[in-house]
Design a protein. Structure first.
Length: 355
């Protein structure tokens, strides 16, 4: 018998499985062919909220665990997936200089916001209001991480199939799925949670993001740029550029308006030729109150959910997985801010909810 079946293999499923593996638990991952959010994300890893020059919710805790988990993974799997490179933050008005300086002196933020403000010009770039550096941050190669992990699993631990909800049976407090018996099942489905018959009552809103891959000869591979949008180095002269936030359109189809939005922002910053080589879109699993969704089904106690990673899956995945493990296997309580119990009324009275 398996300890757990994990449905979905994006960042949530990966961290869930890695945590189980650390505790020598046996699992089966079932995931379909769709890319989901993780394989389309920029991979940026940053605990601060740049829009407000503040720390994100429990940002430092998430940061420390993420560094430890990705280092552990790199060493154990003999793979290089995490790159510590700065984010160069371009100001869009001079008055931001003062806010930045104040924030960079604040305890906690001083670890990340370098106080120095630069105003020297860069070739091929419009930096009218100067820029500053975010340090101790970086990026994760998410696809390489997922592929590296998957490659070392045997066929009893990984199945590339659509999960069929109708085939799940509950027998004597255990579950059975197509002849596989398990103690628990954890749904890590990202935005596809919407199709899940047990957890679709939860207010996962979703936020579509479109992005481009571009080729540029002037941008550097040694830094991430934040200039209205993110420009993230991939390899040689290839860069990930994005992304917008669209809460209305829930499809993963790239649109002309999305592309135009990115191009306008990019052209106002990049004053040199570039070539667009790809344009894609995916949906971030964002929640109404912007907190993750962790917990057990209100009635079927061996059904679990690990979702709601929003736009910070790289940062939050590792510590959330640790908390999830303790919740499932050690019966420790979850923080109320992220436990799905906070949406109990959505379960008991779904008709009254305006999501
Ligand atoms: C454009 C964009 C840019 C982003 N940039 C960043 C960034 O720079 N940094 C950052 O930290 N985060 C970023 N994010 C957010 C990040 O991608 C998410 O937080 C994270 O990837 C969510 O992971 P997940 O595993 O919950 O969902 P997903 O990655 O969507 O994974 C779920 C997987 O489960 C599969 N699945 C679902 N249901 C079933 C089923 N019934 N049967 C079988 N398989 C199933 C899906 O096909 C999918 O492959 C970005 C997101 C987007 C869209």
């Amino acid at each position: 018998m398996k300890d757990a079946i994990i449905v979905g293999f994006g960042l949530a499923g990966f961290h869930c499985a890695l945590e189980l593996q650390k505790h020598k638990k046996d699992f089966l991952i079932i995931t379909n062919e769709r890319e989901g959010a993780s394989k389309n994300a920029g991979g940026v890893f940053n605990p601060t909220v740049l829009k407000r020059y503040t720390m994100s919710w429990r940002g430092e805790e998430f940061f420390d665990q993420a560094i430890s988990t990705y280092s552990f993974f790199e060493e154990k799997y003999n793979i290089n997936v995490f790159q510590k490179i700065p984010i160069i933050y371009y100001f869009n008005q001079l008055s931001n200089h003062n806010d930045w300086t104040v924030a960079s002196n604040r305890k906690g933020l001083d670890r990340f916001l370098s106080p120095l403000i630069n105003t020297d010009a860069n070739k091929g770039i419009n930096d009218n209001f100067g820029y500053a550096k975010l340090q101790n941050v970086g990026k994760l190669d998410i696809s390489k991480t997922l592929e590296g992990f998957k490659k070392k699993l045997d066929s009893n631990s990984f199945s590339q199939k659509e999960f069929d909800y109708g085939e799940l049976k509950f027998i004597n407090n255990k579950i059975e799925y197509k002849n596989v018996k398990a103690r628990y099942i954890v749904f890590c489905e990202g935005f596809q949670l919407k199709r899940n018959p047990w957890f679709s009552y939860l207010p996962l809103e979703g936020s579509k993001g479109e992005f481009l891959h571009i080729r540029s000869k002037v941008l550097s591979q040694k830094k991430i740029i934040k200039a209205g949008l993110f420009i993230v180095p991939i390899e040689k002269d290839l860069f990930w550029v994005g992304a917008n936030f669209d809460r209305k359109d829930k499809t993963s189809k790239p649109t002309k308006s999305g592309k135009d939005w990115i191009l306008v922002k990019l052209k106002s910053f990049l004053d040199s030729p570039f070539e667009v080589v790809d344009h894609k879109a995916a949906i971030r699993p964002t929640v109404k109150d912007r907190r993750p969704l962790l917990g057990a089904h209100p009635k079927q106690k061996n059904l679990y959910i690990f979702n709601g990673l929003g736009s910070r899956g790289v940062l939050m995945g590792p510590l959330l997985a640790k908390w999830m493990y303790k919740f499932v296997f050690e019966k420790k309580k979850l923080y109320p801010e992220l436990a799905i119990d906070r949406f109990e009324t959505y379960f008991s009275n779904p008709k009254n909810i305006d999501v």
